[in-house]
Design a protein around this ligand. Structure first.
Ligand code: FDA
Length: 390
């Protein structure tokens, strides 16, 4: 029998952060063969580890106030200082997104070093079963290489993430533990995920990217849109997908910079004999214009089109309504929306109000960030908050 102070389930971003801040007597387990695997592959191998502009406004939750406390107490600047202390070089790519100059492995190594400094014991290739609570302690069985060890712990921090990318070890264990302890779970669903269409309508456009505004359920994102074999992707769609549920339409504005009308009018004066599609291909991808020319009636020479007609074309391009049939699902979703209902948790400690010593952190909780480093910031902030409480 192993007696410890704190057992942490999941050595991902949130679990490692908590392990580094939970004081002595910490064991952190993971069924994977390495810690921080999502960190390692994130941001194309360079890890978009936070966002300079992080505020609670970039997080989705049934309780939009819940994330405020943790984000305020452990901020993006705290994590930037930590990264800088470890002399990990970083740069801002776009929209406040910070990436490692070199490799995401530096962030994993930094967290491993912080855990070592705190004396936390990491057990990989380890699974957990038979979790119970005897009123004072959590009791469980850990299994590694076929050997079972019974463990008792005063605190149990659940940091096993959501359901996204099962191939990387996502299991939904957090939801099972929540159910066992009568903690409500908001139905999980894939977020930051490409949207699909049941027909092959965009197959011919696969690989074409264009600036856009994408709106769904009154929320608009201005970023790139990417056509794929199965539908739509790119940052604008990934962001919108977190606000989209099956049956909802999306509206795509293909001319977000809004001066196309003026450009078409002036082309009508300077090059009246040019085809409308030729002129438009100077401002939008030619393959896209070729694809939409029938749907938007982009026929004839530019000189054939009155101001009213040009205005109508621009209006159509600015409000292209589409009805996705689904999403690529957990197979490729970067995050899981929903999760442990924040009503059950203290926003200061991430502790379950009705079960002293039980904590949920990171993606397992019903707090989901936008694309752009916000989800790691939530993992750092919530992991730190739980660690401080122990
Ligand atoms: P995380 O999923 O990181 O960790 C959970 C851990 O629990 C894993 O190590 C898993 O093996 C373990 N586990 C699960 N079930 C278990 C079980 N039954 N027994 C034992 N262990 C178990 N975010 C961002 O801010 N910037 C970015 O650049 C990216 N990029 C990115 C790329 C890709 C491809 C994905 C899939 C995701 C991102 N994200 C991201 C999102 C980010 O990775 C995610 O929000 C955090 O990793 C969540 O941290 P957690 O620690 O909560 O879960």
């Amino acid at each position: 029998m192993m007696h410890i102070q704190t057992l942490i389930l999941g050595a991902g971003a949130a679990g490692m952060m908590a392990a580094a801040h939970s004081g002595p007597g910490v064991v952190i387990i993971d069924h994977a063969k390495a810690a921080g695997e999502k960190i390692r592959i994130s941001g194309g191998g360079r890890c978009n580890f936070t966002n300079i502009g992080t505020t609670p406004a970039q997080f989705i939750s049934q309780n939009r106030h819940f994330a405020k406390s943790a984000l305020k107490r452990y901020t993006q600047w705290d994590f930037i200082n930590l990264v800088s202390d470890y002399k990990i070089a970083w740069h801002e790519k776009t929209l406040g997104q910070l990436f490692c100059d070199d490799t995401a492995k530096d962030v994993v190594a930094m967290l491993r070093a912080e855990m070592d400094k705190a004396g936390a014991q990491l057990m990989l290739n380890t699974s957990i079963s038979d979790i119970a609570h005897d009123g004072t302690h959590f009791i469980a069985t850990l299994t590694r290489d076929g050997t079972e060890t019974a463990v008792t712990a005063t605190n149990l921090i659940v940091a096993t993430g959501g359901k996204s990318i099962p191939k990387m070890g996502a299991t939904g264990l957090a939801y099972q533990i929540a159910a066992q302890f009568d903690v409500d779970v908001i139905t999980p669903r894939p977020g930051l995920v490409p949207l699909t269409f049941s027909d092959d309508r965009f197959k011919l456009l696969a690989g074409v990217a264009t600036p856009s505004n994408v709106t769904t359920n009154d929320t608009t994102f201005s970023e790139a849109l990417l056509f794929t074999h199965r539908g739509l992707s790119g940052p604008a769609i990934l962001q919108a997908s977190s606000y989209w549920t099956e049956g909802d339409a999306i509206t795509v504005n293909l001319i977000p910079t809004a001066d196309l009308y003026d450009k078409l009018r002036s082309a009508r004066t300077t090059s009246p004999k040019k085809a409308l599609t030729t002129i438009m291909s100077q401002h939008l991808p030619a393959r896209l214009i070729d694809y939409i020319k029938d749907e938007f009636a982009l026929h004839g020479n530019i000189a054939d089109h009155s101001d009213v007609r040009l205005q109508a074309i621009c209006a159509d391009l600015a409000s292209w309504d589409l009805l996705p049939s689904g999403s690529e699902g957990y197979r490729t979703a970067e995050v899981t929306l929903g999760g442990v209902n924040t009503d059950a948790l203290s926003s200061k400690t991430m502790g379950v109000k009705s079960v002293p010593g039980l904590y949920f952190i990171g993606e397992a909780v019903d707090v989901t960030g936008w694309l752009g480093g916000y989800n790691f910031q939530w993992a750092w902030s919530s992991g730190w908050a739980a660690g401080q409480a122990i």
